[in-house]
Design a protein around this ligand. Structure first.
Ligand code: S3P
Length: 192
């Protein structure tokens, strides 16, 4: 199982001695952040928070509607506010939207909130694109409407994902259960 995990840097805040207070999953759309996050939260007996869902619930419209009505910049501000709120929670698994690590404020929040373990769920762009479009159609995720522009975003974001995360996991050939188990085994947190 540990072969799935590439530890890019030593853990800052999540060691066996000091398990994290929260686990944040980052990665491009389709990486499995919500699916793996829900599973992980269930296994830990922790709360699951999806920042996209928080934004939608607080503002009463879908992310796609927000992009169309208010523009991406307004969505990004709302997303940052939800991330800050979520990072105030203990015993939470937090899935953040694929674009969040592009924003400096969000990267600082992730890096500087003590007790936060950040895990990057990685996979090649064509795999992610197919997963999203086959599952839900591009309309749910405005950033995927133009495939070439989405691939450029993927390339631009990769260094941010790597820099933010203490762990990177290649998910392409693994089930969400494998990925969750891999994260658990690296964290030193006990299942309840
Ligand atoms: C986005 C990813 C989406 C959502 C929004 C923008 C992005 O979240 O935040 O559509 O810019 O990558 P998921 O990564 O959970 O699909």
């Amino acid at each position: 199982m540990t072969t799935l995990l590439e530890t890019s840097t030593p853990l800052r805040s999540a060691t066996a001695a000091t398990p994290p207070a929260r686990i944040v999953l980052i990665g491009f759309m389709g990486a499995g952040k919500s699916t793996v996050g829900r599973l992980l939260a269930m296994q830990l007996g922790w709360q699951f928070i999806d920042t996209d869902t928080c934004v939608e619930e607080r503002h009463g419209c879908t992310v796609a509607e927000m992009f169309a009505l208010n523009g991406e910049a307004a969505f990004r501000q709302r997303e940052s506010a939800e991330l800050a709120r979520a990072l105030g929670r203990q015993h939470a698994v937090i899935a953040v939207g694929g674009g969040a690590p592009e924003i400096l404020t969000n990267r600082l929040l992730l890096e500087q909130t003590p007790g936060t373990a950040v895990v990057f769920l990685d996979a090649p762009f064509p795999v992610l694109f197919d997963r999203c479009v086959l599952q839900e159609g591009a309309a749910v995720r405005p950033v995927l409407m133009d495939a070439s522009a989405a691939e450029l975003r993927f390339q631009a974001r990769a260094p941010f994902y790597r820099r933010c995360a203490q762990h990177s996991i290649l998910t392409e050939r693994h089930t969400p259960g494998d990925t969750a188990a891999c994260i658990l085994s690296s964290m030193g947190v006990d299942r309840t």
